[in-house]
Structure formats: C-alpha cells, structure tokens
Design a protein around this ligand. Structure first.
Ligand code: ADP
Length: 482
C-alpha cells in the first residue's frame, strides 16, 4: 500500500482533509489506492487559481494549446495498457474495455489538439454601409467539471480537452468511486506544460466539493454527467447563482433497441447483448428496452438466452471475461431491487439476475433478461444502470416505434432490420440524440456530437467540433473604419 495521493491545486500537489479509499469491485479486499479529499477551502483555492490563470491561458496561442493537449494525448496512448488496468481494477469493466476507454481518452486529446489550431471566426458585411462585422469565439472562463464513475477517464477527457483547447481553465471533480483514473490523468495533465492553475483536481464529495463549485461566483460554467436527480439540482444551482452559470447536463437513458421481424437474428442478438450487458450495463447509452416484433420474438429470446449462457461474468482483470462486476454495493442493491420490482410487477425473469460467487469477494451479478414486460412497468421506465434488460413485445414496426419513443429519456436508440425503408424511417422518427442501425445503442465515435434530448440531456452537445458551443462564447464586433 502506497501513501495516499493528493489533489492538484494551483500547480502543486496538496494534501486534503480526509481520505477516500478506492476499492476494487472484483475483489473488495484489494484497495486500489487512497486519495486525499479536498474540503471547501481547498476547492475555493482551486477556483481562485483557475481564475488567476484564466487571463493568460485565454490568450495563449493555438500552438501552446496544441502542444499541451498533444503531449497529454501521447502519454495517455503510450500508457494505455497500464492505465486501462488501473481503470478496470477500480471500476470493474473488463481489461479490454478499460484499455479501450483509455485509448479513447488519448484520441480525444489528440482531436482537440487539432481543434486548437482550427478555431476561426467569421467576418461579414454589415447591413449598414461602411461597417464591418466580425464574429469570434472566446473562452467562457473557469469551468467546473463534475463527472460520474462509469467512464472514469473518457468522460473527464471529453470535458477537459475541449475546455483547455478553447482557452478555459478547469476545476475537475471526479466521482469519489474512481479517483485512481482521475488522479493518473491529472498527473499527465500536470506534466504537459500548462501554466499552473490552468488545470486543478479536487477529489471529494458532491455535497462539499461539487456544491462549492456550484455556488461559487467565479465558476462561469459547469459541465456535468451523472444522474437526473443530481442534474436537476445542478441546473437549479446554476440558474440561482449570481452571475448565472452556463451549464451542460448529460444524464440518464432508457434506451430502446427495436428488433424487427426482418432482422438478421445473429446481428440482432450480438447488438442486444453488447448494448445491454457489456460494461456491466453501466452505460447511460445501454440498451435496456429490447422492443421485439411478434414474428421474431420467440426466436430472438431463445437465441439471446443461449448467447447469455456463454457470457463469462468474473474478475474484470481476468482474460476472457465478458462482463465484470457491478461497481459497488449500493449499485448492486439498486440492480437487485429493480429485479424484484420487475418480478412483482408481473414481468417474467427469463434468465439470470442471480448473485454469483467467484474466487474473490466482489459484486458479481448474472446479467438478467426480463420478458413479458410492458412499457408501463417501472423496469421499462426507470434507469437501472446495471446488467438488466427487458424484452417488450410489439405487434409491428409502427407499434415498436411508438413504444420506443414512449419514454421520458432520449439519449440513444437503435433498430435491427434489413429493411432500408424501416431503417430510414426510424432514423428520422426516433426521438433520441443518437440513433443506430444494426449497431448497439452504446459505442460512439469521438469526433462527432454526443448527447440526447428530452430528459437525457440539457444544453450544448459534447464531443467533436460541436463541443465548442459549450466551451466558447460568441462575440459580435462592429467596426466603423472611418
Ligand atoms: P452517479 O449515479 O453516476 O453516481 P450522481 O449524479 O450521483 O450519479 O453523481 C455524479 C457526480 O455528481 C459525482 O461526481 C457526484 O459526486 C456529483 N454530485 C452528486 N451530488 C451532487 C450535488 N448535490 N452537487 C454537486 N455534485 C454532486
């Protein structure tokens, strides 16, 4: 056991008040590390440092920004196996998933290194004679980042990289369950040559560190990913603060995957298993509602069950494992509670859903498949955030589409079909931010926008060049040259 890790504030590694223990969900005897928790005063210090660093960083050249972001990318990619192992160990996704996520973080920093060089404005003719009009983008200021535990490096990366790219300064509050990846990423950022105060790490709770970010007048914007309940609180706090803060919220999903009679059964099953159960179902884009038309329903359920029987659920670091453990006891309790709710509501627990014992004590849950589910049941309406999916039978495409859209969420959706007509219609009429054809609802590219509609997201999209909508503010300048 090494000494505990510190927070990064104003260019220095600083001890906190109290410790958070990072526990391996595949083996609860394994302490991944201990991390200092920042208190309110330290969070304020980080905000002050970010504020002080803003004037210079907001005017840094594109080359300086490129150099820092590129350096961060190069180191992340060079260390993806090691960092992927740390990620899998602390979060419980499988080793290949962990390495893949780290690689993704490196790619995101590379993308935004390039974007730093590409930011341009517009110059237009005025409607008034002799005047010039320019439209430019400026950074927003100090951005507070509040992130969840399920993508411990990719989500921070897709917030931090664009924030720095466009000249903002950052105070980063990771989820308490996964400080290891956040700390490792922060060490890399700390080495990248950024002036001190441009980037700050404050590990701690939502109620102390998060709340301080939300209340502080010097934080200009908040980028949040997490639950709907917390998202609502964040929106309220941002609107009530003086000055009001810009905010962006990525929250839950209850993502539908429609399987039509004409689907390629093999493809549909792969897509459904991947979307519903990989990363232990702990993705806001997971397919939790499998809406299957009558002609293929029974064949789909049978093939799905066979495929699920072949899934290895075990220690995230073991090779050949398909599904790692649930992240912690409280998430496991929630999964089990919903499995019970589903049964009480009259859905049929068709397969899985039992706790599993493995060599080491961990939160192992057999992926669960419900059938005979209706879309009004709680298991079809509320986000469970675990390896639990339900099959809803639909009469035909039209009914499947209606069920697909009958949800308060709208993050991702998908359809498995060989019909161009239905695929095109679904792409146009599915009420979600991201729609997939013959692909899992989870799994996206990093150079295009990510986000949803309805109750899933609020504010500007994340990722790709669209990220600049949140991390910049537009200025319109008029000149009368005389
Ligand atoms: P999850 O289920 O993913 O943990 P949460 O919304 O509870 O979702 O947490 C997401 C992030 O929001 C975490 O970093 C958490 O510490 C933070 N958080 C939770 N409650 C608050 C709050 N009241 N104010 C600010 N941040 C919060």
């Amino acid at each position: 056991m090494t000494a505990h890790q510190k927070n990064f504030i104003a260019g220095e590694w600083i001890d906190g008040s109290g410790i958070t223990r990072d526990i391996n969900p595949s083996n609860t005897n394994d302490v991944v590390g201990e991390y200092a928790k920042a208190d309110k005063a330290q969070t304020e210090k980080a905000i002050a440092a970010a504020k002080a660093a803003f004037p210079a960083w907001s005017r840094a050249t594109p080359q300086e920004r490129f150099d820092a972001l590129n350096k961060i990318s190069v180191e992340i990619l060079a260390r993806k196996e090691e960092l992927g192992r740390l990620l899998a160990r602390e979060e419980g996704k499988t080793l290949p998933e962990g390495i893949g996520e780290v690689a993704r973080a490196g790619q995101i920093f590379a993308f935004f290194a390039g974007e730093a060089l590409r930011l341009t404005g517009e110059k237009g003719a005025s409607v008034r004679p002799g005047l010039e009009v320019e439209i430019t983008r400026e950074p927003v200021g100090v951005v507070g980042m509040i992130t969840p535990w399920n993508f411990p490096i990719a989500i921070p990366a897709w917030k931090i990289a664009p924030a720095l790219c466009y000249g903002n300064t950052v105070v980063f509050k990771p989820a308490e369950l996964v400080p290891g990846s956040a700390h490792a990423l922060s060490e890399i950022i700390a080495r990248s040559g950024l002036p001190s105060g441009v980037f700050n790490l404050v590990v701690g709770s939502g109620s102390v560190v998060g709340q301080t970010l939300l209340e502080h007048p010097d934080v200009a914007a908040i980028s949040f990913t997490g639950s709907v309940a917390t998202g609502r609180k964040i929106a309220q706090a941002c609107v009530l603060s003086t000055p009001m803060k810009k905010f962006q919220l990525e929250m839950g999903g209850k993502n539908p995957l429609v399987v039509l009679d004409d689907a390629d059964l093999k493809v549909a099953v792969e897509v459904a298993v991947n979307g519903a159960y990989f990363s232990t179902g702990q993705r806001c884009t997971a397919s939790s509602r499998l809406i299957v038309t009558a002609g293929i329903h029974d064949r789909f359920v049978a093939a799905m069950t066979e495929r699920m029987k072949g899934l290895s659920v075990d220690d995230a670091l073991k090779s050949g494992v398909h599904v790692g453990p649930v992240v912690d006891q409280s998430q496991l309790d929630q999964d089990l509670r919903y499995i019970k709710i589903g049964q009480d509501e009259g859905a049929r627990l068709h397969w899985g859903g039992e706790l599993l014992n493995r060599e080491t004590p961990g939160f192992y849950l057999q992926p669960a498949l419900f059938t005979e589910t209706t879309n009004s049941m709680r298991i079809a309406r509320e986000e469970i955030f675990g390896p639990v999916a339900c099959v809803i039978r639909a009469k035909d495409y039209e009914e499947a589409l209606a069920i697909s859209n009958d949800t308060e969420f709208g993050l991702a959706s998908g359809i498995c079909t060989t019909s161009l007509k239905y695929a095109s219609h679904y792409k146009r009429n599915s009420e979600s931010g991201m729609v997939m054809v013959n692909l899992p609802t989870a799994g996206v590219d990093y150079h295009v926008p990510f986000g949803g509609r309805k109750g899933s997201s609020y504010g500007a999209r994340e990722q790709g060049a669209y990220a600049r909508e949140f991390y910049t503010t537009v200025k319109t300048a008029y000149t009368f040259p005389g």
